[in-house]
Design a protein around this ligand. Structure first.
Ligand code: ADP
Ligand code: MG
Length: 272
């Protein structure tokens, strides 16, 4: 679905590259998390997926189309939905269902079809009951789900989230993550940039970035074995992994699969 081939990107010729020789492949219906310290290149990478930025060297291919070919950009953008940090910047009207309809209306989709798409999109993000609500009455998490409904109404195959949970409170973050997992189960390909390591434990793969390079690209189980590389990248593993490691260091044989609180409890209880 997405392929980075030796991608290097410089914002200005004199600058150090924001991305250096990135090779990355994301298959259909994979759920990939991108993590890394501030300035490691996550947003720059995300913006390459829909051709907002074009590689200085190398190629990015999305759904079989190269982003460097101008003729492909419109079709690539129809396939890639992007959600950003601030939900308020992504909502354009005052009523929920009007906001979700805004994108398809601009594309000239027929009114009957728009009604179906809006209803489907609101159902997908669990916001059907809020269809006629005022946008400004919603919580941050609800607004972010409406922003995602607006993206879904455009029927993309890929959803890119760039720290979309960063401005939300813990319950808003949980709502959003649950919604993203649901979309993944329904077949969407997901690329999720996040600063919250505990959000990554349920993903198929985690890509760890440092200084514009990929330093780890593996399953959560494998990535969280490399506490040293995570620390060097200024990343703190999820608390459950830290507890697991601390218990191991005093002799408890916990497995590498212990990534979530539930799995930790499952392995700790028999030991008690
Ligand atoms: P992240 O999203 O991981 O915090 P970014 O992709 O935003 O990282 O930034 C990667 C590098 O590119 C950083 O060194 C940052 O300062 C630089 N950078 C980001 N945006 C711009 C820009 N518009 N112009 C110049 N440099 C930029
Ligand atoms: Mg960023």
């Amino acid at each position: 679905m997405i392929r980075f081939d030796h991608v290097t990107f410089q914002y200005e010729k004199a600058f150090t590259p924001a991305l250096s020789d990135i090779d990355l492949e994301i298959k259909e219906n994979e759920f990939v998390a991108i993590v890394g310290h501030n300035g490691s290149g996550k947003s720059t990478l995300a913006k390459h997926v829909n051709g907002l930025l074009l590689p200085t060297q190398g190629t990015v291919t999305v759904c079989g189309m190269q982003t460097s070919d101008e003729d492909n950009i419109l079709r690539i953008r129809q396939n890639v939905g992007m959600a950003f940090q601030n939900p308020d910047n992504q909502l354009v009207t005052t009523v929920v269902e009007e906001d979700v309809a805004f994108g398809p209306e601009n594309l000239g989709v027929a009114p009957d079809e728009i009604r179906i798409r809006v209803d489907d999109a609101l159902a997908s993000v669990g916001m059907t009951d809020f269809a006629t609500s005022a946008v400004h009455h919603l919580s941050g998490g609800q607004k972010q789900r409406i922003a995602i409904a607006g993206i879904l109404a455009l029927k993309p195959r890929i959803l890119v989230l760039d720290e979309a949970s960063a401005m939300l409170d813990p319950s808003g973050r949980a709502e959003l993550l649950e919604t993203v997992h649901k979309l993944h189960r329904e077949g969407m390909t997901i690329l999720m940039v996040t600063q919250y390591m505990e959000e990554t434990t349920g993903c198929d793969r985690i890509v760890v970035m440092k200084g514009g390079k990929v330093v780890l690209d593996d399953t959560p189980k494998e990535v969280f074995k490399h506490t040293d590389i995570l620390m060097e990248s200024n990343l703190v593993p999820p608390e459950t992994v830290s507890v697991r490691n601390a218990l191991r260091s005093i002799g408890y044989a916990l497995s590498d699969s212990v990534l979530t609180a539930e799995l930790l409890a499952e392995e700790v209880c028999p030991l008690l």
